[in-house]
Design a protein. Structure first.
Length: 96
């Protein structure tokens, strides 16, 4: 491993976990929809989409804490991206 690269194992784990969780929930929603469990399918679909949307946000938060000791500017950039995501979400909700 290159000594200049910061450790990002926690970020990778969070992104992987969020992706797997959303895929599992969406696949289960699909199967439950096929067998006729509409309310369960709706619930699982909602959980899958929320997990899918929350994954990058959680990744940015973990990246901030992971990079803060070794690369404070990169950590600050993660917060800037998080702020842009939050602002765009607020604008989208308010203009619906």
């Amino acid at each position: 491993m290159n000594d200049q690269r910061p450790p990002v194992a926690a970020t990778a784990s969070v992104l992987t976990l969020g992706t797997v969780a959303s895929v599992v929930a969406l696949a289960a929603a699909f199967v439950s929809g096929l067998i006729g469990a509409a309310s369960l399918s709706t619930l699982l679909s909602t959980v899958g989409v929320v997990a899918l949307l929350a994954t990058p946000v959680a990744g940015l938060v973990v990246t901030f804490f992971e990079l803060r000791p070794s690369q404070p500017r990169a950590a600050q950039m993660a917060l800037v991206v998080l702020a842009v995501l939050a602002l765009s979400t607020v604008i989208a909700v308010l203009t619906r």
